[in-house]
Design a protein around this ligand. Structure first.
Ligand code: NAD
Ligand code: IPM
Ligand code: MN
Length: 365
């Protein structure tokens, strides 16, 4: 029997609620496939700051170091609550970015997927959404503005200032480019490169390296689009996209727009791949506005499990089963409230209700 150790980081807000549903599915997958998932939880995020004085405690680092993969719930507090934690120890800067840096998880896969049967969840017009959408945003995750040099201070004339730099070197760009071209090669053979080279020098280098790497992939067509225009095309014609690649900050923003196109951020799982370790998390945050109400959509968290099964454990067919089980739940007219429009005939269910139905559907496959 193969054994996989998985570190579970529940996080904050809706994190524990949606993690519970992911664990339900992991346990079922273990039972069905005769694999042993050793699940161990670690404190991480604002909750960890209040309990341990550190949002990424040493024992959690040790747990993650020893795990084969990490499943992470969203972290963070509301704007007001965040002020209770010193800026550098807030869970985004104090836990999440250090986690990404620790495992060098440079390649972030954020699928924007809405099959035909649930295309009506999209707020876009039926003629725009058509038979649904299926594209993937590949976001560089450990460079750019997020990890560049930062300086804050006061000028000689007494004005507060801040500088943060958008930094990339050619190796960082080349490695994400290769991941993007390889992904495009396996899909439709078209790669949309999103940039801002009309202003940013970082994008000039980014595009140069993209084209250089592209020479090794003659079967992939590269199309360059400025990031501002890309934001518009995502609304007007999202079906033109198959694989999109972009730097860290652009990817943060456009991937949330992806969630908007689907109808909810609750439909956005993700995989964060490093050279040796990967971690999996929803693309969205801790949703403080709905935390504790048992109404969060656990699709993003269960979808992150499916990505883990495929990308870390090679369990491709079981991963497909998990996706299919979730689609079957929607196909029967059930959904959490984020996707249920007033007046529609959607049968509203709770977070754990969704998880139970997914487990039931998965058992049939
Ligand atoms: P958010 O993504 O938490 O929420 C935005 C909106 O989407 C809210 O209305 C929320 O209710 C809804 N939403 C998100 N996930 C949902 C789900 N699974 N089901 C149903 N509805 C869902 O963004 P925010 O409110 O701007 O940020 C809250 C906190 O999360 C902040 O502290 C932020 O820094 C943090 N954050 C963390 C991560 C992460 O851990 N990777 C990602 C994004 C934001
Ligand atoms: C995300 C989040 C993070 C990011 C924050 C919480 C640091 O928004 O994963 O998209 O900006 O990368
Ligand atoms: Mn984000």
């Amino acid at each position: 029997m193969s054994i996989h150790k998985i570190a579970l980081l529940d996080g904050d807000g809706i994190g524990p609620e949606i993690m519970a549903e992911a664990v339900k599915i992991l346990n079922l997958v273990a039972e069905r496939n005769q694999v042993d998932f050793e699940l161990e939880s670690g404190a991480f995020g604002a909750t960890a700051y209040f309990s341990h004085g550190n949002s990424f405690p040493d024992e959690t680092k040790a747990l993650c170091d020893s795990a084969d993969a990490i499943l992470k719930g969203p972290i963070g507090l509301s704007h007001e609550e965040s002020k209770k934690i010193p800026v550098d120890m807030q869970p985004e800067r104090g836990a999440l970015l250090p986690l990404r840096r620790r495992y060098d998880t440079f390649a972030n896969f954020r699928p924007v997927y809405l099959p035909k049967d649930i295309a009506h969840f999209s707020p876009l017009k039926a003629e725009v959404i058509g038979d649904g959408i299926d594209f993937i945003i590949i976001r560089e995750l450990v460079g750019g503005l997020y990890f560049g040099n930062k300086e804050t201070g006061v000028t000689e004339s007494g004005k507060r200032f801040v500088t943060e730099s958008l930094e990339y070197d050619e190796d960082q760009i080349a490695r994400i480019a290769r991941v993007a071209f390889e992904t495009a090669q396996k899909r439709q053979g078209v790669l949309h490169n999103i940039h801002k080279s009309n202003v940013l020098k970082s994008s000039v280098l980014w595009n140069e390296v993209m084209e250089e790497v592209g020479r090794d992939f003659p079967d992939v067509q590269i199309k360059h689009i400025l990031v501002d225009a890309a934001a518009t095309y995502l609304c007007l014609n999202p079906r033109q996209f198959d694989v999109m690649v972009m730097e860290n900050m652009f990817g943060d923003i456009l991937s949330d727009q992806g969630g908007g196109i689907l109808g909810s951020l609750g439909l956005m799982p993700s995989a964060c791949m490093g050279p040796e370790k990967a971690y999996y998390e929803p693309s969205h945050g801790s949703a403080p506005d709905i935390a504790g109400q048992k109404i969060a959509n656990p699709y993003s968290m269960i979808g992150s499990v499916a990505m883990m099964l495929e990308m870390s454990f090679g369990m491709d067919s079981e991963a497909r089963n998990v996706w299919q089980a979730m689609q079957s739940v929607f196909a029967q007219g059930f959904s959490t409230p984020d996707l249920s429009k007033p007046g529609s005939d959607v049968k509203m269910i709770s977070t754990d209700g969704f998880g139970d139905l997914v487990a039931e559907e998965l058992s049939k496959l």
